[in-house]
Design a protein around this ligand. Structure first.
Ligand SMILES: *Cc1c(COP(=O)(O)O)cnc(C)c1O
Length: 223
């Protein structure tokens, strides 16, 4: 089942790469495993998926302690008081959106953690993320945290009927990446774009996604 899903997803990514003149290996797949059973997650790993994304701290803790050698990414809203428990379990945080969180994470870490800044590209008031207007200032402040490696940007576009509706938000995130890259002290690290879900990942790949975050289309419906 997951094997078949992965096959058609890979074909779609390939097609999107061809259309946009990109390399397949530049698009990394995160299997979003929130609310999925352990056997489903293990099946995905057996099919060759090796990076998993979680949204909830307690769920991540449970999975982290019951299965070994998984590469976990945190992609959901993270409360500052949970930074300490989450930091040692993950290889990347996709949803850094507040300085208070950066502060707590930096304190909790003893190594460098790759982080992506979540941007609210649509400006919807209900959405988490730094506004495009505040991004420059936010990045400047982040640079003072020695344990955070600023590797790029992440976004969740507003809910849309059609994937094409998300294209402009993905394009905007890429524009923001290029715009702010020269402002950073290590611009060579600032190259990741985490964007695209089951709904719209082919469009996200065409617009430059380097991480796509796929849940239901890969692992099936959530509990
Ligand atoms: C749940 C979730 C996804 C995956 O959603 P699907 O529609 O199941 O692919 C991706 N990113 C974030 C931030 C999520 O919360």
């Amino acid at each position: 089942m997951i094997k078949d899903n992965l096959k058609s997803i890979t074909e779609n990514i390939k097609a999107a790469c061809e259309k946009s003149n990109r390399k397949l290996q530049d698009v990394k797949l995160i299997a979003v495993s929130k609310k999925q059973r352990l056997d489903v997650i293990k099946e995905a790993k057996d099919c060759g998926v090796n990076q998993f994304g979680e949204n909830y701290v307690q769920e991540l803790q449970e999975k982290y302690t019951s299965i070994n050698n998984f590469d976990w990414h945190f992609i959901g809203h993270l409360q500052s008081n949970k930074a300490k428990v989450v930091a040692p379990m993950i290889s990347m945080l996709h949803s850094l959106d507040r300085l208070s969180l950066a502060e707590k994470l930096n304190k909790a870490l003893t190594h460098q953690l790759p982080v992506l800044v979540q941007v609210n590209v649509s400006g919807e008031s209900s959405k988490e993320g730094v506004s495009p207007e505040q991004l420059s200032n936010f990045l400047k402040k982040l640079e003072s945290y020695e344990h955070l490696q600023i590797c790029g940007l992440m976004t969740m576009p507003p809910w849309a009927e059609s994937a094409e509706d998300s294209r402009k938000y993905f394009a905007k995130l890429k524009t923001l990446l290029e715009k702010h890259k020269p402002e950073l002290s290590r611009p060579e690290l600032f190259k990741e774009l985490s964007m695209g879900t089951s709904q719209d990942y082919p469009v996200a790949v065409e617009e430059g996604a380097t991480y796509i975050r796929l849940g239901s289309v890969l692992l099936g419906q959530r509990k």
